[in-house]
Write a protein that binds this ligand. Sequence first.
Ligand code: AGP
Length: 606
Amino acid sequence: MCGIVGYVGRQHAAPLLVEGLSRLEYRGYDSAGVAVLTSGKPRVVRTVGRVRDLEAAMPKRLAGTVGIGHTRWATHGPATEANAHPHASEDGRVLLVHNGILDNAAALRERLAADGVTLASDTDTEVLAHLVSRSEATSLEGKVIDALRQVTGTYAIAVLDADHPDRVVVARNGSPLVLGLGEREMFIASDVAALVRHTSQVVHLEDGELATVTASGFHTFTADAASVAKTPETLELSAEELEIGGHQHFMHKEMHEQPETVRRMLTGRLDDRFATARLDGLQLEPRELRAFRRVKILGCGSAYYVGQMGASMIEDLARIPADSEAASEFRYRNPIIEPDTLYVAVSQSGETADTLFAVREIQRKGGRVVGLVNVVGSSIARECDGGVYLHAGPEVAVASTKALTHMAVGFAMLAVALGRVRDLSFADGQRIINGLKQIPDQVAAVLEQEDAIAEVAKKVAAAPSLFFIGRVRGFPVSREGAQKFKEISYRHAEAYQTSELKHGPLALISEELPTVAIVPRDDLLQRNIGAAHEIAARRGPLLVVTHDGVDLGELDAARIVVPKNEDELDAILLTIPLQLLAYHAALSLGHDIDRPRNLAKSVTVE
Ligand code: AGP
């Protein structure tokens, strides 16, 4: 949510900033801006729209080797040039970019206005620029500390001051910030995606830390001005992984990467000798794994739905109670944290604020929380007490696909590991391990049906509203299918338990409302087929996502057939055609698939 970049060095900052912003555009894309110090004078360019609009608005010559930039996802005030970052102090000498939300911005705006300050935007961020500028401290570091003492909320900020032209001062509290180390140059970004082309040496700031960044390096410190020693880490990510390749959209690329990325994820983690999964990163001994009496999964959006798939796998295989809850609700209901519950935070970005705060709430109350996280070194990954990296590689499209598949596979491994220290037999453990080994080829087999799914998608996209239905293991599949469809097609899509239709929503079924029904070949097959017939009898158009060998009788329905795996693992594969369905529906509607309206990839505000 909002992307920040900064540069201090020997090259011209402006093109580097714009290029960095284009890599962070998935974080927000309603407006963008940069500020550069040219011969000590701040020059600011801001535009409404995408980073490409900013690029078009950039003057041909914008010299200067120190600068900051921002791509925005609006929180306070609409997407206008005045609300775009960087924000400036009244004299224009202090410039600031911010990611996060200041909770007491309204009170501070009032106070500044009462002091005679003219506020130029509707944003919370602007107050910080004024507070920095009005501080009586002599150093920029002192001014920033003074300003931050007055605000509450979350932030990652980068501050330029024409009176201190050799540096950018940055600070972090609740929003990610990373420094990239170059040769006589330094990079600043919300995410390593903006740095990886320039350096592989990075330093992550922790909450409560600030840093002075100059061409010759960085100095990290706390608000009490105590120095903090940092050892740079080497990035494992390569620049090529962030390229779109021959695909029209990142979402398309990411769906098609799944067979290979899942294969890579499984490598070295499936143990045939003991018919279990090896998840050393959890840092839990078998004795500890066995002591948990319950599992609680926390994630947001699609990660929460995949958490529901995971909970069902854990109950099936380990026979301990498990459930998944929206992390965004969790900490506000004063949750009961139990010492014998294993808490699992699941997140692609590892930066989702709601999930991160849930982790902290659990830890604050003494609970044990592990992460299922994709982005290495992200906040959630670092703050959890152990975890499993998803190894899906970078995911750029706002609509998550491969990371979710990796989450589901990660939960299957966790379920088998929990099961094998309990009553899951060797034979059943091996059955699941063998099932997991088939997943990459089976995902590839679903992806091969893309053309046929695209045809169905075009028809489905014509309807303004649709149902996605499934039951028990199929219900989270339908929730995720509806979510994906909504995000990028902007069509209303509602997920429902198949069993609940007759208790009310069946009234909505008509020729105008298609239903996507998840009908796996398992012990609920006949019940699911029965429900599909009830919909058809009311003239509801049907698309059935099912397995080979399923006899739907006389049912008038379009059909997508996915390979059968073990019942406990079926949800993983049933989700894949729904990704393609949403993608091709959105494509036929002409939408901006990788950057759907109103959304951002990484939701770092509450
Ligand atoms: C998925 O398509 C969505 N964009 C969204 O629901 C996402 O899964 C959610 O915001 C959680 O993100 P995270 O996995 O990075 O924590």
